[in-house]
Design a protein around this ligand. Structure first.
Ligand code: KPL
Length: 314
């Protein structure tokens, strides 16, 4: 199985390292030529929960030759999905599966628009990963990945990918309810990502304080109402409890949105709480907590230059 992984950040780099080490034919597609060159020279070093090792991984940069692969695994930030789709198109042939395991809502729709619904599989991963340095990744949480056809069929191609990923070391299961998978993950991201980005804490801290627990509860309860109005069947009965559990099981993680804020990068907030607000408007469900969290995270970027520095005497 030939796999191209587009967007070798924390999750893409982790998947690339594990799948290559597990014997699959993996190519990382990196828009940064210097990072691709570093990975070709040094491989990817993985540390943390999944063990410490260096995996040899092939990396390339754009433009890609017209050479279709079996699977394109998309792990770019949600706001880059559209432009990445234009760039990795030469790797997509008539039989290529385009699989997204990105955070947030909207990626499946963008990929479907670009390549047709028949080529796209959805997915979500609970693996935790942090970039320590270019080519060095902390595997902070070992967990499963769910993938599935958009029409819910347990197809041979979905099973084939899940089996190959699992055999290579990334436990992957096929779901017949990919919308439920995406919304369940969305609700976890709604609970954790904006709060840790605003408060600048590791995930586990959210589960330790009444105030943060209450904020998680308010944001998730609202998002759950939107999911209910849309007829989404979540994978869990109590998404608040599930989000608290994930905050605990990924306690040491610096969540992706927190990492983005730390590095002064754009965040995926428009695709997480922002998506809940948009879907809420469509369904007539008010979402004031999700709106406030969206605005707060966007404000971090907006006022960055104007933050009063800490006093010199500490
Ligand atoms: O998906 C994540 C992220 O960091 O984006 C969670 C589940 C919050 C783990 O950190």
């Amino acid at each position: 199985m030939r796999i191209a992984i587009v967007g070798p950040g924390a999750i893409g780099g982790l998947f690339g390292a594990v799948l290559s080490r597990g014997g699959l034919d993996v190519t990382l597609v990196d828009k940064h030529a210097d990072r691709a060159e570093l990975v070709n020279r040094q491989g990817i070093r993985i540390e943390g929960r999944g063990g410490t090792y260096t995996a040899a991984v092939r990396a390339v940069t754009y433009p890609l030759p017209r050479e279709p692969v079996d699977v394109v695994l998309v792990t770019v930030k949600a706001y880059d999905t559209r432009s990445a789709a234009g760039q990795f198109a030469p790797a997509v042939g008539p039989d290529t599966v385009v699989l997204t395991v990105q955070n947030g809502l909207g990626n499946v729709e963008i990929l479907t628009e670009a390549f047709g619904a028949g080529r796209v599989l959805g997915g979500a991963t609970n693996q935790g990963a942090n970039v320590l340095a270019p080519g060095r990744i902390d595997h902070a949480g070992v967990a499963g990945t769910l993938i599935g056809e958009l029409d819910g069929q347990l197809s041979p191609r979905a099973r084939g990918i899940a089996d190959a990923f699992t055999a290579a070391g990334l436990e992957t299961t096929v779901s017949d309810n990919i919308e439920g998978v995406l919304w369940t993950k969305l609700l976890i991201n709604v609970a954790i990502n904006p709060l840790v980005a605003v408060l600048r804490v590791r995930n586990g801290v959210l589960a330790e304080h009444d105030e943060t627990l209450e904020l998680m509860r308010l944001a998730v309860t609202e998002a759950r109402e939107v999911a209910r109005a849309k007829g989404v069947k979540l994978l869990v009965d109590d998404p608040v409890a599930r989000a608290i559990e994930v905050a605990r099981t990924t306690a040491g993680n610096i969540a992706s949105m927190h990492q983005d804020v730390r590095h002064g990068r754009r965040t995926e907030i428009d695709f997480i709480t922002g998506a809940v607000v948009r879907e809420g408007e469509r369904s007539g469900i008010p979402t004031p907590y999700n709106q406030a969290l969206t605005l707060l995270v966007k404000s971090i970027g907006a006022v960055r230059e104007k933050v009063v520095p800490p006093p010199e005497d500490g």
